[in-house]
Design a protein around this ligand. Structure first.
Ligand code: COA
Length: 191
């Protein structure tokens, strides 16, 4: 399968497809508690059928040019993923998201992978605005938004009910000209 290297370690970005359902379930089982602190993904990927159905929903989005799903593999193991939950070509607006199992956190995998996808979104697909929604309590995710050069645009209070508690959702976004300016400032080899 084709893959994009994310740097000098073995990290790779590849399309995440239905035949990876068992790998996704294993990834989720290794990270269920960590990943589920702020998002409901582990509850959706609860078993093999759930994993298949969720990946398939993204295959359908991809077919309709309405979203996308990519896995991050490290040393040949699926350790997380990146997605475009929303993709609207006519308006040039999309929404990105991510997850990692805990053992794969702290290595820049999501930041490196998202940079590849944002470059593609802005330069190949002509997107104008990439949005990022995260719980105000999700420091890891908010830090990713900061590292990607996004701007904090606001807080939607008590927007997201998760495991019986409503959390505030922060909206962050980066615009195409901001992305280009940030890219010009980045050292050449900074993945
Ligand atoms: C959100 C989440 C993916 C962030 O994971 P992360 O590993 O902190 O993010 P990255 O992969 O971008 O890695 C950044 C970390 O690696 C370090 N790093 C190492 N090499 C790096 C590199 N080349 N580039 C960037 N950062 C690098 C950074 O310093 C940072 O570490 P720090 O937080 O200790 O400062 C993770 O916390 C997660 O999966 N949470 C559960 C699911 C979730 O909430 N998803 C988001 C929904 S909105």
């Amino acid at each position: 399968m084709y893959a994009i290297s994310l740097g000098d370690d073995s990290a790779e970005l590849r399309p995440l497809e239905v035949w990876h359902a068992a790998e996704l379930l294993a990834n989720m089982d290794r990270g269920r508690e960590f990943i589920g602190r702020h998002i409901g993904l582990p509850d959706v990927v609860a078993d093999l059928d759930g994993a298949r159905a969720w990946i398939r929903s993204y295959a359908d989005k991809r077919a309709a040019d309405a979203g996308g799903l990519h896995g991050i593999w490290l040393d040949g193991k699926l350790v997380g993923g990146l997605l475009f939950r929303v993709w609207d070509t006519p308006s040039g607006v999309c929404e990105a998201g991510c997850w990692l199992e805990p053992a794969a956190a702290g290595r820049g995998l999501v930041t490196r992978g998202m940079r590849v996808l944002l470059e593609w979104a802005f330069e190949e697909r002509g997107m104008h605005r990439v949005e990022w929604y995260a719980s105000s309590a999700n420091e890891g995710s908010l830090n990713v938004a900061r590292r990607l050069g996004m701007t904090h645009e606001g807080v939607m209070r008590e927007r997201y009910p998760h495991r019986g508690v409503r959390s505030d959702t922060e909206l962050w976004a980066v615009l195409a000209p901001e992305w280009r300016a940030a890219r010009a400032r980045r050292p050449h080899n900074d993945h």
